[in-house]
Write a protein that binds this ligand. Sequence first.
Ligand SMILES: Cc1cc2nc3c(=O)[nH]c(=O)nc-3n(C[C@H](O)[C@H](O)[C@H](O)COP(=O)(O)OP(=O)(O)OC[C@H]3O[C@@H](n4cnc5c(N)ncnc54)[C@H](O)[C@@H]3O)c2cc1C
Length: 412
Amino acid sequence: MTDSRYAVAGSSQSLTPKQRDLIALAESLGPAFASRAARYDSEASFPFENYADLKAAGLLGLCVPQAYGGHGADFGTYALVSATLGKYCGATALTLNMHMCSTLWPGLLADDLDMTPAERKQHEQYRAIHFRRVVQDGAIYAQPFSEGSAAAAGKAPFGTVAAKVGGGWLVNGRKIFASLSGAADYYGVLCTEDKLERSMRDTLYIAVPGTAPGLAVTGEWDPLGMRGTVSRNLVFKDVFVPDEAQMMPRGVYYQAASRWPHMFTTLSPTYMGIAIAAVEFTVKYLRGEVEGMPPVKRRMYPTKQIAMAEMWVKLEQTRALFLRMLEDARIDPPKDARLRAYAAQYTIMENANALCALAIRTCGGQSMLKSLPLERLYRDSRCGALMLPWTAELCLDRIGREALYEPGEADD
Ligand SMILES: Cc1cc2nc3c(=O)[nH]c(=O)nc-3n(C[C@H](O)[C@H](O)[C@H](O)COP(=O)(O)OP(=O)(O)OC[C@H]3O[C@@H](n4cnc5c(N)ncnc54)[C@H](O)[C@@H]3O)c2cc1C
């Protein structure tokens, strides 16, 4: 890590000038984010100050297409910026992912998908409203899809429903683990069109204002890690939203989920950033350079050097898959790229936690004191493998099945 600014990419060599500029912008916010991270963690409070900084830096519109006043960052550029922020505050990077997907999916990703001319025209009108809110007003979007059922794993229709009524939709249902709860200006809700025979093809993606009558934030939030995400429950009771609240036309989310699988890997950059932070911390610690600690060096012990080497190898393996995944991401990726996306997500989520565990073991007892960031990185990193729809378990499940069966194949 000769130039730690570009640690997410290994070095700056392969980056475009735009990527370098955006990473540098994210880096400029990093130290302030790092200085606030312990407070958000201990209070389990939302990082409002960080979002004010992101807004002032123009980063809320990172993935809004340039035609709508944003930076027009593509999937790979977003991931590099996200991982950069993840080095400093995991909860901020993770919640920002929900916001960014709310602009990336209806934006560049939707441009790749099939729509009728009428759908495309309507989508342009509707998304212009969402993008204007983000770019001009600094609106923040959350992305609640989890319900505590098989829906978030992509195995059943969402239980939250939207019924078509004159001029809009009536939303009813419940979401769990809604990051940015109480902080978001809009909740981009994944739900099912309310009709007799519901299927996953009827999934709708609808923005509900945080102030909408009938919407309530409920439940406690006192988790192990990622405490600053404030991921409480949302209850929707006859919440009316106008037609233009639709963030994608009917059926297009289902098409995206089938044809643009990398859309579900966007949580992993946060954890790539955490993994890098754990390794960087360990280097500093063993060199006796951690601020606020006595300058005691521990690097001369062969056991520390071996542990460092193990960590370095694991980090390189993880980052190599991460960067390859960014290259692979596109509509209708070939089978090997799809399997690699599962493998990358699995590897990043599992290795981030493994690296944090190794970092604590290597640095020793003082390193897990709450006055230092390592124990928070460790707790935050534990959450990665649990994130649906591509949990570590479900990635293995998909790799095993899709490696052995071609689409449509079955056993007698
Ligand atoms: C910090 C944090 C922030 C979050 N933020 C958000 C958010 O903003 N929006 C959001 O929608 N969700 C969010 N989530 C929720 C997250 O994505 C998961 O939905 C949630 O952790 C699932 O918890 P569960 O116990 O209900 O999972 P369950 O559905 O009970 O699943 C438990 C485990 O079983 C496995 N499993 C589940 N279904 C299947 C299946 N069909 N076949 C085989 N195995 C299966 C999976 O590995 C899963 O981990 C967040 C979670 C955390 C921890």
